[in-house]
Design a binder for this molecule. Sequence first.
Ligand code: SAH
Ligand code: SF4
Length: 362
Amino acid sequence: MQGHTGDVDVETVRMNDGRTGGAIQGVRKTALAGLSIEALTDALKPLPAFRAKQIFRWLTRGVRSFNDMTDISYMVREALDKRFSLYSSVISRRLSDADGTVKLQLTLEDGCVIESVLLSDDEGRKTACLSTQAGCAMGCVFCKTGAIGFRRNLSTAEIIEQFLHLISMGAIANVVIMGMGEPLLNLNALREALSFITGELGFSKRRVTLSTSGIAAGIRDLADNGPGVRLAVSLTTADEPLRERLMPVTRTNPLPLLKETLIYYQRKHSKRITLETVLLRHINTSHKDAELVARFADDLDVAINVIPWNPVAGMRFEGAALGEPDRAEVERFIAALQKKGLNVTKRFKKGRGVAGACGQLG
Ligand code: SAH
Ligand code: SF4
């Protein structure tokens, strides 16, 4: 964001295996991060199983190079380095904001670029924000990822690696699946990645939140087959015709269907759902808009998370530039929801200095 650049420190990070910025040279080495202990033991043969255990432990701590594995002899480290890489993705850029946010730009094996973010709250607790797709096909008009369009789904390893890259920068307290992409359109890979993160890595499911633009079939699948992580739904507006224009996903997943599916989900998982509403100046912030959100929330156990729109240069809606709501507009909207007895939180603006806040990835 303009006016913030002084706070930003940009560095290009040279990678463990000597590659930079996604250049692929010669034969691709097998990446070890994200393999289960069993798969790792197999991949490392004829090395003994205890080596696999050692290496696995290093990997779970986000180790940066074989050389950092100090309990392994130099000879073995050299041999490992010849045959394997730690990660399939390369940190091609790292941006740190003055507010503690770190954004990693990762270049994947095929040259696709994705972003992962580590946010810090005021107590210094860290939240890892992971991507599930390169780009996104949903086309929400207010979102930068939506504007770049869809490239491809991420693999299980590519999702796990984001977590491991971030863990090397500090202990992670929470994970949000709110980076690039629509998680429920890559649910199988995500499921496996979460099973690794909450299984092998021992991270609590209750500390993981998945955010969807509202794909009914995916929510039903989650309700029936798990994983039992927390669910957030990007509602933004409960005015159906307006939502169709802002979030085209509404055309195939109309609000009555979405609501019915959330009621089904909540019958199976009694956990509270978060409804996220991105506030766009003069577009979805009126008293009537608040009433419609409150009506949508009827019969559901929800908390409303209000997110004042994070600016993305050049974004327009039906001919007019999108704008940030002013403070009074946000406060009025929140007060109207609270008057209806709703629990409302406001999303912090962290990460704007590195374009790492919600909707600025891309
Ligand atoms: N694709 C998923 C998760 C990633 S987007 C989803 O849409 O839910 C994470 C959140 O950021 C969503 O609630 C989305 O509505 C919101 N968002 C998108 N663009 C934004 C912007 N420019 N400013 C603020 N929030 C935005
Ligand atoms: Fe995709 Fe979410 Fe952005 Fe919509 S808000 S375009 S679903 S990433």
